[in-house]
Design a protein around this ligand. Sequence first.
Ligand code: PHE
Length: 384
Amino acid sequence: MRVSKWVALITVILFSMSIIAGCGGGSGGTTPAGGEEIRIGLIAPLTGDVKTFGESVKNAFEMAMEEVDYKVGDFTIKVFIEDDRNMATEAVNVADKLITQNKVSAIVGSVTSSSTIPISEVAQANSVVLITPTATNPKVTVDAARKDFVFRACFIDPFQGTVAARFALTELNAKTAAVLYDQGNDYTIGLKDFFKESFVAGGGQMLAEEAYTKNDTDFSAVLTRIAQQKPDVLFLPDYYQKASLIGKQARDKGITATFVGGDGWDSPELDFVAMDGGYHTNHYSADDPRPEVQEWVAKYTAKHGQTPDALGTLAYDATKLLLKAIEDAGSTDPAAIRDAMKALNGFGVVSGSITFDENGNPIKSAAILQIKDGTQKFITIVNP
Ligand code: PHE
C-alpha cells in the first residue's frame, strides 16, 4: 500500500516535471512524456523554375500528415513548411531557420539535388534527421564521409543513368548519342556522366557533350552542330522546362534523334508535343497494377484532381518512412530517429519496399516511361 502511494507520488512529480520541460519550447533534443509535440520541417521548391515539383511534394506531405491526424506515437506533430525556390542559398537559409528557430527534429526535403546537397551538410552538422524524397545525386548522403543523419526515399543517379543507357543501347538499338547538360547543376552533370559511362561501356559512342548554363535559352549553335552529327539519341538530363525548350529547338533544327531523359521530365508542364516519342526513367508508374499504387493513385486523384507524379509519390513515401521511424524511436531525439530509420527493414511504401543501404539509399527499381500522345505511357520496370 505504502509503496504504491510512493510510486503514485513520484509519477505525479515526474509528470509535472516533464510538463514543465515540455514548455521550454519543444527543443529538438528532448525525450518526451505523453502529449508532447514533435516538430517536422518540409523544404520544397514551391515557386520558381520547378514549382510543379514543390506543389506535388507539399500535397503529398500534407496527405501523409492528415492521414495520421498530425499524430505519431504519443506526439502531436507540428509542421513547418518552407520554399527554397530551387536555389541552394535559399535552401540553406530555410534549413537554418527550421533548425535554430523552429527546433525541428527532422526535415523532409529538399527536392532537387542542388538544393539538397548543401542542406544535407547543415542537417548533419546540427544532428537533425533529413530525408529527401527525390534528390538522386550520390553526394546527398555521402561526400567523402557518410552523413549518417541523411536518408532518401529514391534510387540514385548512377542507377538511373545506367538504366537509361542500357535502354538506349538494347531497346532503341542506339549506336550514337549526344548530350546537352547544365554545367552548374549537380543533378544534370551527374546524370550525364553516369549515362555516358554506361553507354560507352556498352559499345555506344558519344558524338557530342555540350554544356550550357541555367539562364541559357537559345541552343541553336550547338543544335546546328548536333544536327549534322545525326546521333541516334539525344540525352537531355535536365528538368521539364529546360528539357522541353531544348527538345523543341532540336526538332526545329531537324534533329530526328530519339529523346531520352531522367526523372526531371516528370511534370504536367513538360512540353508533351515537343517531347513526343521520348523516353525517360522515373521512380514509379501510375499504371503499376500493385494495389498499394492503385490505392494511392485513387486517393491522390480524388483529392487533387490529378494523377500523382513521382514527386508526390516519393514525398508521401518519405513522410511515411519518417513517421514510422519516429514511432519506432518513441522519441523526438534526432539520434534516436536516425537509429530507427537505419533499422527499417523491408518497410512497405507505395514506390516499393525500403531497406537503406550503408549510405542511406534504398535499393529500388526504375520505371521507363514514354511521352506519347499527351501522356506518359508505361514501358517497363528495371530492377537493380
Ligand atoms: N532527381 C532530381 C534531382 O535530384 C529531382 C527529381 C526527382 C525530379 C523526381 C523529378 C522527379 O534533382
